[in-house]
Structures are given as C-alpha cells and as structure tokens.
Design a protein around this ligand. Structure first.
Ligand SMILES: [Zn+2]
Length: 156
C-alpha cells in the first residue's frame, strides 16, 4: 500500500469514527444543555409578554439546572446496544429530588441513538420487596416508552 492509500484510509477512519457509548453520552449531555438554552431563549419573548417572572406554570423552571447536573454513573454495552445510567438533581419548588435516568442506546450502522429513557421510580425507590408498586412493579424503573417494558406488559 502506497503512502497515498494509507493517507486516504486514515482520512476515511477520521471521517467515520465509531464513538463509544460513553463518548456518545458525553456529547448528548453537553448538547442537551445547549438545546435547552436555545429553547429558553426562543420562549423568552413569549414568557415576557404573558407571564410575570414568578409564574411557575409552563416555565421550564429547573429544567436547565437538572440537565446541567446530569452525570454518567455507568455504561454497559453489548454487540447491538448499550445501557447508560445517569444521575441528576431536580429541584421542584422546595423539594430536591435525586433522580436516575436509564438510557437504552441502539447501534444504527456507525452511530448510537437513544431508543428509550427510563426514570427511576421515586415512589418505591425500586425496593424489590415492594413488587406491588403500581408505578414500576418493583423494577425500580418507569419506562419512557409506554408498552415496551416487562413492567408495562404486566399491566395488560
Ligand atoms: Zn416503584
């Protein structure tokens, strides 16, 4: 293989890097914050026209801070998918909730995409003994996609 081919091959790899699930999640968390900032900026004139600064309704108050606090706790992967669990802090009025998200990542060709995001059950805290929990059925997780989990299947 000549130098030209080697350089061309290297460029090809540079152009199509295969990100790890961790890299994908770091990109996602950073861009999630940026997307929320754009959302708030685009809504600002509407909020200013119709609401006082103290009105909580539909204000997205605390959302940006929650996304800014979100950190990767663990990532595990298989041939076709990965699971990433994150931890975040959400402030609701005077309450401070320590939440977890469970991201189901799907490999599509050369890239990852999020297929579903579950939230930890804040009602029973996922304690297995509380299998009667009607929110998570003792799994500790509430599916972000209705009808796709074992817990949801048990509802039917
Ligand atoms: Zn529960």
């Amino acid at each position: 293989m000549g130098l030209t081919e080697i350089l061309a091959t290297n460029r090809l790899f540079e152009r199509m890097p295969m990100p790890t699930p961790e890299e994908f999640m770091r990109d996602y968390l950073r861009e999630h914050i940026e997307a929320e900032k754009r959302e708030l900026a685009s809504r600002a004139p509407f909020r200013e026209k119709f609401f006082t600064g103290e009105c909580y309704f539909d204000s997205r108050k605390g959302t940006l801070e929650a996304w800014e606090s979100e950190k990767i706790a663990s990532v595990s992967s298989s041939d076709t998918g990965a699971i990433a669990i994150t931890e975040l802090i959400r402030k609701l009025h005077s309450r401070v909730l320590h939440q977890k998200h469970r991201y189901h990542l799907q490999l599509e060709g050369n890239r990852w995409r999020i297929q579903c995001v579950d939230s930890n059950c804040i009602i029973c805290k996922g304690e297995a003994v509380k299998i009667t929990c009607r929110f998570c059925h003792g799994t500790g997780w509430r599916s972000g996609n209705p009808g796709t989990t074992d817990a949801d299947a048990r509802d039917e």
